[in-house]
Design a protein around this ligand. Sequence first.
Ligand SMILES: Cc1cc2nc3c(=O)[nH]c(=O)nc-3n(C[C@H](O)[C@H](O)[C@H](O)COP(=O)(O)OP(=O)(O)OC[C@H]3O[C@@H](n4cnc5c(N)ncnc54)[C@H](O)[C@@H]3O)c2cc1C
Length: 371
Amino acid sequence: MEEALRATVRRFVEQELRPHVNDWEEAGTFPRALYRQAGELGLLAFGFPEAEGGIPASYRQLQALNEELCRAGCGGLLASLFSHRIGAPPIVHGGSAQLRARVLPGILSGEHISALAVSEPGGGSDVANLATSAVRDGDHYIVNGSKTFITSGMRADWLTVAVRTGGAGASGISALLVSGDTPGLTRSPLKKMGWWCSDTAELHFDQCRVPAANLLGAENTGFALLMRNFNDERLMLAMHACYLAQACLDEAVEWARQRKTFGRALVQHQAVRHKLVDMATRIEATRAFIDSVVARMDTGAQDVAQVCMLKNFAAQTMQACSGEAVQILGGMGFMRGTVAERVYRDAKVYMIGGGAEEILNDLAARQLGWG
Ligand SMILES: Cc1cc2nc3c(=O)[nH]c(=O)nc-3n(C[C@H](O)[C@H](O)[C@H](O)COP(=O)(O)OP(=O)(O)OC[C@H]3O[C@@H](n4cnc5c(N)ncnc54)[C@H](O)[C@@H]3O)c2cc1C
């Protein structure tokens, strides 16, 4: 199955993604039709339960999917095209049977776009203290507040929103599914350092009436639902960081073989080929770390501390390798349109999104009983 999956994804990447990513990055968006195309190939359904129209997959198989997708060399595209990977799991784990049947088939087929809205203008790291409120009013909740940096925030048809339904702290948080056409919801696009073709938005909820039936899980139990989500998100981000670093290495090797200086190919200069080996070493180490975490998670372990450490390690690999790739490409590495240039400016978000480096180090330490 893994080889067939890889072949399908590789064809999709070569034919439908790679030729267009530069144009999409420059345009700051990509066609909505791409969700349908990915849906038709089963790529959006992969890893979701069969009962919801999904195609069950192990972490190992998801790893293969992500490795192939990263050959497109465009993290922003993957962030938005697959934003349902963070938006939809709380629906799977917390939605009623009726809600799941109504919402998930459209998301997994690419007809509808799903996003996760946790971070707020007042703070993203301190999830337990989020402020967006949802107050029960008959068979609805009235939602007020703002969310920011939300991937697929402009286009999402379904927003999985973290809200405060109870008192202070983690035990007052719920997850609520909000339809994109809810009156009172307004959205504004955000301009970014990287991930240009990814849709990133600020959302404002002004007296939004959301059916109480859209509550995901029991009231005030949303924090656990979100934490479970974060672990998978961080593993996915780590995979993307590692395999995008590989895309930089591939481009740098190709360049170093072609480009001649002082009568020799760059790769013949010891200082350059040592850089390539250093990049390959970091990537090998990150791959091995991913393999070991994936193997344990496929046995049912959550591996929270290891996932935090892996995400940080992989993001550093991405930053180091993209920086060296830019250096090897020289002036060309500073030009828009190379993989190295794109990944270099994207690298920082992998150190911030899905839990910033400092927060993950702290979480790992606590998980390991060190404070
Ligand atoms: C492109 C992009 C896409 C995103 N997509 C989404 C999305 O789809 N959904 C969503 O909900 N969020 C999304 N985010 C938000 C992201 O998860 C947050 O940016 C992240 O969690 C950090 O929150 P913050 O930006 O508010 O930083 P803050 O929480 O203000 O932190 C700022 C800095 O201080 C550090 N810091 C904070 N507290 C401590 C502490 N106690 N000890 C040490 N250091 C600390 C942090 O590590 C960070 O370096 C996205 C962000 C970006 C940039």
